[in-house]
Design a protein around this ligand. Sequence first.
Ligand SMILES: NC(=O)C1=CN([C@@H]2O[C@H](COP(=O)(O)OP(=O)(O)OC[C@H]3O[C@@H](n4cnc5c(N)ncnc54)[C@H](O)[C@@H]3O)[C@@H](O)[C@H]2O)C=CC1
Ligand SMILES: O=C([O-])CC(=O)C(=O)O
Length: 329
Amino acid sequence: MSKPVRIAVTGAAGQIGYALLFRLASGEVFGPDQPVHLNLIELPHAMDALGGVVMELDDCAFPTLEGVTTADSDHLEDGFRDADYVMCVGSVPRKQGMERADLLKVNGGIFGPTGRAIDAAAAENVKVIVVGNPCNTNCLIAMSHAPRVPRENWFAMTRLDQNRAKSQLAQKAGVGVGDVNSLAIWGNHSPTMYPDFDHARIKGTPVPQAISDHDWLKGEFLTTVQQRGAAIIKARGASSAASAANAALDTLKDITRPTPEGEVFSAAICSTGQYGIEEGIMCSMPLRTDGTTWQVVEGWEHDEFAQAKIQASVDELKSERDTVRDLLG
Ligand SMILES: NC(=O)C1=CN([C@@H]2O[C@H](COP(=O)(O)OP(=O)(O)OC[C@H]3O[C@@H](n4cnc5c(N)ncnc54)[C@H](O)[C@@H]3O)[C@@H](O)[C@H]2O)C=CC1
Ligand SMILES: O=C([O-])CC(=O)C(=O)O
């Protein structure tokens, strides 16, 4: 057996954590021959609950789970020690009537200490996926406190939005979700995000040709995807957890496996000015990887409608960044 891959998860006893850890431990992401070690981090008062989750992990007897380490958030460096991957889930979810940006004041403060501890203790080539909202700007805060960790190693999760958009397009076109490819999310994980239907394909055909109802594409489709998180909170009384955990696992797979031909994946990455997007903000874009190094897919052209939507989301990211200036390292 090879050396275990070490994955740290914050907020491990929460809703998303409970839907995430068992699949991570099962070998789903790194395969049946790759042992994994989980470093689980929680607030001090949630450590008993986390103990229960660890008992359940034991009781699954996963052959791929080499071990579990726990740490409370007063000992973050112990939690992130030698982690190859960090999944930052720990933070407060919004309630009905709130926007994700309303969480900046509540959650933003978590991510400075998180970044510093990752910088101090994680493995040399650690990759970090931020899930806790507002995830783009939380990721920016953590990254700014971790100068040792290359900027290319930071991702904020927009894969759930990609999955939601694919599913809506598949249902509208009456095809399987696997027939929809190349669907990218641009911008912020917020109601301004832009699911790029122009460059998506259904069975190889550009979506605007495969779906003739362009009013739906520019209207109901966009708002359904942009407001899906709020719709789930309204219906469930709690924010999406199983689908969020699924998307977090998809993101780990996206960044560690070569992207299939004709496909892209979405995550917010630190802009270096691609598509004229301001350098230094965490902006979702279409990505491809060989499993080691990722690139932004270049050369997509946007009409005025798409350009305005993307710009609005970029402007929102800039304004979130300005709001948290005093939290940046
Ligand atoms: N990016 C995305 O697509 C999505 C993001 N989210 C976000 O994920 C976050 C977590 O959601 P849930 O698991 O449903 O919430 P939850 O409240 O069920 O669990 C969060 C857990 O984090 C822990 N926690 C809080 N502060 C912490 C800290 N400083 N260190 C370690 N642990 C800490 C809490 O004790 C709790 O157990 C929320 O911010 C939510 O808005 C949720 C769905 C999708
Ligand atoms: O909407 C929320 O607050 C949770 C979330 O990010 C999502 O479901 O996309």
